[in-house]
Design a binder for this molecule. Structure first.
Ligand code: ATP
Ligand code: MG
Ligand code: FE
Length: 337
């Protein structure tokens, strides 16, 4: 099968064509980062307008580059949610129009299922699997008992990891998106500012990062009030070590408790070098099979949406052309039957 997939949930406009749910023929990504930098974050109205400006062209370019005749496409997949409603809408309208014009089935796809199934673009997944989803809007541990079935066993009670990274980065004077800058600074640090770890209840798989974020903001404010120069790298390192330690510990505990055959790292923060390294080391020591998508499939892209949509394609689970954007779409409800 050849699935054309569209992703516009936030600030990347992306179109991909993937073969048999695994082989990426093309994955074009137009990032709006430069546009949003001036505002220090994503401005929803601006994001929608930018998607509108480029979506048609990117769709045409992706089809062209895939070498697949439009009439030979099997289905059109598109991110239905979660995400910014106006941004999602642009991709959905474009996907519906193409599906209608070519008379192909439409597959509304869950963005986080996409982040998780980005791992299948690299290697087959063995079940039961455990996904550690760390992105701009989500921090979750998800048990996957069998293909395409999702059970969220832990989630953040306040900030998502990526969100905490972006806020800390902003306080440390880095441009948006700050995650990669904090990652780099942490790597360069010569000392480590001690910061708290938040574990919550002993048996909980939930997370909390707002306290840690506030602790960082306090240190930054204190230093500026006293007129002291702050060792920004040291703070970045302390923050990153705290985040990584909690993520790794809870993920490993979940893998043990659920007898998972693999741990799947997913979402934009999976690009974090400190997290990748710590997970790799810990999983090697504990004999846990770890999958991490290549960098280009960690942050938002349409190839991952095609990989998740394939689960529904195989089962003939298609969406109605009246499908709406669902900014709060639940992952568990999106599971296959
Ligand atoms: P969601 O997937 O939850 O809807 P999103 O799509 O906005 O959110 P992603 O594109 O998955 O988020 O990830 C973007 C986030 O990843 C940003 O918060 C960014 O700062 C963070 N990020 C990217 N690279 C790194 C890195 N190297 N270290 C830490 N964070 C990073
Ligand atoms: Mg983005
Ligand atoms: Fe995302």
């Amino acid at each position: 099968s050849y699935i054309l997939a569209v992703e516009t949930s936030c600030d990347e406009t992306s179109v991909s064509v993937i073969k048999n749910g695994r082989e990426v023929l093309v994955n074009l990504i137009a990032s709006q980062i430069e546009t949003h930098k001036a505002f220090g974050g994503v401005v929803p109205e601006v994001a929608s307008r930018k998607h509108v400006e480029v979506i048609t062209l990117i769709m045409e370019q992706a089809i062209e580059a895939s070498g697949i005749q439009p009439k030979n496409l099997s289905a059109i997949a598109v991110t239905q949610g979660p995400g910014l409603v106006g941004a999602l809408l642009v991709g959905i309208v474009a996907a519906k129009t193409l599906a209608m014009a070519l008379d192909k089935p439409l597959i509304g796809t869950h963005h986080i299922a996409g982040h998780i199934y980005a791992n299948r673009l690299v290697e087959e997944i063995e079940y039961p699997a455990m996904a550690l989803v760390v992105s701009g809007g989500h921090t979750e541990l998800t048990h996957i008992p069998s293909e395409g079935k999702f059970e969220v066993i832990g989630r953040t009670r306040d900030d998502a990891v990526g969100e905490a990274y972006d806020k800390v980065a902003r306080a440390l004077g880095c441009p948006y998106p700050g995650g990669p800058h904090v990652d780099r600074m942490a790597h360069e640090a010569k000392t480590v500012t001690p910061l708290p770890r938040v574990w919550l209840e002993p048996d909980s798989y939930d997370f909390s990062f707002s306290g840690l974020k506030s602790a960082v903001l306090n240190i930054v404010n204190q230093a500026s009030m006293k007129g002291e120069t702050l060792d920004r790298s040291s703070v970045a390192r302390g923050f990153q070590e705290s985040v990584v330690e909690v993520l790794v510990e809870k993920a490993v505990r979940a893998v043990r408790a659920y007898g998972s055959k693999q741990l799947l790292l997913s979402g934009g923060v999976a690009a974090n070098k400190g997290l990748r390294k710590a997970l790799e080391e810990r999983c090697a020591k504990e004999n846990i099979k770890l999958l991490i998508p290549p960098m280009e499939y960690c942050t938002d892209n349409a190839a991952m949406i095609g990989a998740a949509a394939y689960l529904k394609w195989e089962r003939g689970m298609f969406s109605d052309l009246k499908m709406q954007a669902e900014p709060g779409l639940s992952l568990e409800n999106w599971s296959v039957e």
